[in-house]
Design a protein. Sequence first.
Length: 682
Amino acid sequence: MKKVSFLIFAILFLIIWVFPSSLFEEGRNIFDYARITDIDYQAVVVDEPGSHGKVVITERLTFDIHAASRSNLFWELWRDLPESYVDGVKVEYQVNSVKQILDDKTEVIYDQSPQLYWEDGDYVSQNSFLGPGKWFHSKGPYNEDARQYECVLFYVDGLYRETVVFEIEYEMVNASLRYNDCSELYLALYGGNTIKHLESVKGQILIPEELMPETGNYYAYTYGTNANEFPFTESKTVNPGYHSFLFELNQSQLSFRPYNRYIEFDLVAYGEDKHRFTQYASVNDYSHEDVLNELREAQTAFITLPGTFFLIKAVLFFVFMAGTGVTIVLTLLYDNRIRRKHNFFKPRNTVDHFWGMPSELDPGFAAALVFCKHRKSDRLHDGYTAVLLSLVRKGYIELAKIYQSKDWNPDNVKIDVKYRPGQVPTPMPEAEPGQYQPYQDISNLPPLTPTEELYFNLIIRHSHGLDISMDMFQQQVAEDHEHTNAFVRSVKNTINHIGLQQGYFQLAQVDKLKEKTRKIALRLGVVGFLLLIAGNLISYQTRLDLIYGSIFILGLSLIASAFYLHKAAPKYILLTQQGEDEYAKWRGYYNYLKSSQMDQRTMNDSVMWEHNLIYATAFGIADNVISVLRIRPEETSASPVLRNPYYRSRHFHSHGHSFRSATHGVYSGGGGGGGYGGGRGG
């Protein structure tokens, strides 16, 4: 389980550290894609009657197509178009033409398809009049169920690994907006997740000279890329008759993070030329209001955004780094305080393997002692089986077949109550169930340990001193809620009481500090792991990227502190000097029962082998003893317990798990490219 947990943690760590984009972006097979890599963009502003703030846009797009196999070609490409409402008016499109530009500069004009088809088989072969060689303008608003997408699709002739160029011309209505004190031309050229694949972007925004505001009556800005904006130039001569805004971005300039994946242009006219290019623009919600100051404030806020976030990042960076130091110091102080407050003894003698049983301990307590510094000491499911076997060995009960003709299996086993201390378990005919005729002394039986006595009394309660099938016993235990709760609590309390009364434990809950420390370690680990995830999210999605290193270090320090406390926790067991000495012996005995040395020892004492089987059962390693007994039948012949094959079977040793299940129910225990983004937002 430790290895599996570590593997899961490692995989999650790699996902959030090495492959962060996989958490936020649409899935994409790196061997199967169609990406827009180069854009040549031109927009011409039109302001004439009925134009409604129109811009005529021509784009030349280069697609890099890399189908994974020849049996799964690309039959359609597309260019998303910005779909939005701005100040109450909808940005709408009309596609005029689509051409494919071949390598020799030849133009292949595509015709318009009458219908949207998404599946290849819809227009290939039999339906070739719908494609390839066609285009379709799918108009929004976006609706996946209705198959509405604001985009232009190009139906092509099955592309494998090729580079193709398309030129599209379309009109964008309501790109220019008119307000009371100004006008704005806002163009979202390109954006979205696939923008990170761009290698070059060349753009021109052309405004007819008669529509261009005079110098001093306008300002222009750009938005996007990691630089927050990109450079542009203005020219009156490049395109005669037009005032041109020009920009050309190479691959080094086209670097993006999720919060700036857009390329946008904004022109605002005011003063005497405030409506120079929007005389025929649509009326919007704010056409009769002054918005120039708001536009300027928004622009200023966007320009100062990196500086504002730098200050925030610097403060958070130092806060998280300070948190790292505090975490480490508090962890060390916690360990130091525990060691100064409590006495932790060391065993006077340590042995790796202790041959022979150190003493005769209660099986449940022996398991608690052996595992108090290792696995969780609550191993009642194995302890129940060990106690049952001990009751058999001491002669208080016997497990027998219900039907002699059938094999040993769980539904053919009953518990026979043989004796009660000082009494003959023969009920009086007129007595109520559970009342017994007192007593007829028999040969002295070995005394019961505290947990054996609790378990034996539970058997007496449900069998009424006679016999009861194993299935019925477990069913009644599961249904007797109140008493079973009390029984399980009593077993746990008795184990702690033995340790305290017999001088093994300094306090009743010997592992209280260990469990408390492990809970603290678990919380630290969870918080640290969540910080690693949050740090990656913040780094990848927001402008707080500088703090990622500090969050990562803080998360690692929390996980390291959790690991340190988890490793230190087993040392926080409050055993007495006697307890430490006995722990060393019993841990050595546990190691011996697990090892191959047990098979090499000559031990003809059947009683010792009975004890070995009982304690190995309590420790959860009964298979080791059983495997030795199989090859040394002489050890079993002298013992009625070991001679019975059922006590060495897997069915018997699974009893504890099924019995624990019976008590557990009642015991609470406490592909394609294109898109647009949003910068200042219009």
